[in-house]
Design a protein around this ligand. Structure first.
Ligand SMILES: Nc1ncnc2c1ncn2[C@@H]1O[C@H](COP(=O)(O)OP(=O)(O)OP(=O)(O)O)[C@@H](O)[C@H]1O
Ligand SMILES: [Mg+2]
Length: 464
């Protein structure tokens, strides 16, 4: 695996090398070209003046050429050659300089101009050869040669300065990129090690986030994710411990009842029956709790049954029939006002759970001689069901929690009534699953009111 640090480094190095190579070559080559151009124009200008002066002569001889040179100011050249029309030098300021120039001179005699310029061994050497022409024809050639080390020195000096600057820039860039990649790597490593810590199960761990760049954003997202994980984990633990507690209590009662039956000989038949019936009740409660737990876990898994049109009035009447014995036993009156045509999109099972649990609570947590009012009505947009009772009511501080799993306001009373504290959380989950909402309030002068609202489906949805 190639690390990010290596990639950053390689990228910076390539960029730097390209930049420095360009910095060291481009200005040098263009200033050299400038000098070549300048040499061309100065040499060609001088040679042209010399050639036109010589073209005024009758013939180019050693004396006449010497005279012309004496009149013109052509100092500063390292070699001046003047030839006659045959290319034979009549004047040469540095004959010992070699015969290299002669090739160019011979070309000039045939009418060509030859310019050469080069930069080597720390100097510019330039030469220019041109014919001396008159209207009558070619009379000879002139050749100028110059060796310039002054300008070359300036250019070499600039070159060495640029090189020094390049080395400094290169060094600074390396130091900076090392620092930058160290900081970046440190932050990335911190993030990775935090992930490992959380993956190891420490959901309380939070990364300390500084700054406002993308990495900080990543850190914040990571913290938010960890917080959600912690939340889910806390809920899961609480649920497991509550559920085991709920299952443990009736099981302990069953064991106790069974043990006392086994250990005592000659227990009267009536007592045996009573104990066995108690065992039956506890077993029934266990069964109800496990059924509710299963229902909740199915909902958590998100198993969705396709919604169908459900007539809430019919469901309410069915629930009522089941609750009648309990209401009679508690001497609670149930009054209903149920509007026809209150159809919503849900499943009959879910709707039954909702209505039954609300009505059961309204009867269970009522007072003797109390009443329950069920009102079902709909407007253009919603179908509303309200279940109001004149019972013991729910203190305001508990209202937020009653939809949580296993939450009971008065534990002793609820357990006595056979409650597990799961009913309202099933109601809540079922209402939300069908896009409805549920609220709880206080009934005047006493008791509670639960109101459930569902969106009224369009006739397209119900197909009616
Ligand atoms: N109508 C009501 N009046 C007063 N208290 C209520 C009413 N409905 C619910 N509660 C309180 O809210 C708690 C939670 O109700 P929920 O229906 O979830 O559980 P439960 O009735 O105890 O058990 P389960 O419904 O699972 O048999 C109840 O224990 C009770 O204290
Ligand atoms: Mg209940």
């Amino acid at each position: 695996m190639k690390s990010i640090r290596f990639k950053i480094f390689a990228f910076m190095a390539v960029l730097l090398v390209l930049l420095l190579v360009m910095l060291n070559t481009l200005p040098m080559s263009s200033s050299r070209d400038l000098v070549f151009e300048e040499k061309h124009s100065s040499l060609s200008g001088r040679a042209a003046i010399l050639a036109s002066s010589l073209s005024g002569l009758e013939r180019i001889t050693e004396e006449s050429a010497g005279e012309v040179l004496g009149l013109l100011d052509v100092d500063g050249y390292d070699r001046i050659v003047i030839t006659d029309e045959a290319g034979k030098p009549v004047y040469d300021s540095a004959p010992a300089a070699g015969t290299e120039a002669m090739g160019d001179v011979l070309s000039a005699v045939t009418g060509k101009t030859v310019f050469r310029s080069s930069f080597k061994d720390g100097a510019f050497t330039s030469s220019f050869a041109m014919p001396v022409a008159t209207s009558a024809g070619l009379m000879g050639a002139v050749y100028l040669y110059e060796h310039d080390s002054e300008r070359a020195e300036i250019i070499l000096d600039i070159q060495s300065r640029i090189l020094t600057v390049s080395v400094v820039i290169g060094f600074a860039a390396i130091v900076l990129s090392v620092l930058f990649s160290e900081v970046l790597m440190h932050r990335l490593k911190e993030l990775v090690s935090s992930m490992r810590i959380v993956a190891g199960g420490d959901y309380k761990y939070r990364l300390s986030v500084h700054g406002q760049d993308e990495l900080s954003e990543l850190g914040e997202e990571f913290n938010a994710l960890t917080a959600r994980l912690e939340d889910t984990e806390t809920q899961r633990r609480r649920f497991v411990s509550d559920a085991s507690h709920e299952l443990k209590t009736p099981l302990a009662s069953i064991r106790l009842l069974a043990d006392s039956l086994l250990q005592n000989d000659g227990v009267p038949m009536d007592t045996v029956k009573e104990f066995v019936s108690d065992i039956g009740h506890e077993a029934e409660r266990l069964q109800r709790t496990t059924e509710k737990l299963l229902d909740l876990s199915r909902r958590d898994d998100g198993v969705l049954v396709a919604p169908e049109p459900v007539d809430v009035k019919q469901v309410t009447i069915d629930a009522l029939a089941l609750l009648k014995p309990l209401a009679d036993e508690k001497k609670v009156r149930i009054r209903c006002s149920l509007e026809d045509g209150s159809v919503i999109m849900a499943t009959t099972d879910d709707m039954f759970h909702i209505v039954f649990n609300l009505m059961e609570n309204a009867v269970k947590y009522n007072v003797e001689g109390g009443s329950v009012n069920i009102d079902l009505a709909s407007d253009d947009e919603t179908v509303n069901l309200s279940v109001a009772d004149t019972g013991i009511g729910i203190p305001e501080e508990d209202r937020l929690n009653i939809f949580s799993r296993f939450y009971r306001v008065d534990k002793a009373r609820s357990r006595e009534a056979g409650g597990s504290g799961l009913g309202l959380s099933i109601v809540h989950d079922a209402v939300i699953a069908h896009k409805g909402s549920i609220t709880v309030g206080q009934n005047k002068p006493q008791g509670s009111v639960f109101t459930v609202s569902f969106p009224r489906p369009t006739s397209e949805e119900t197909g009616i």
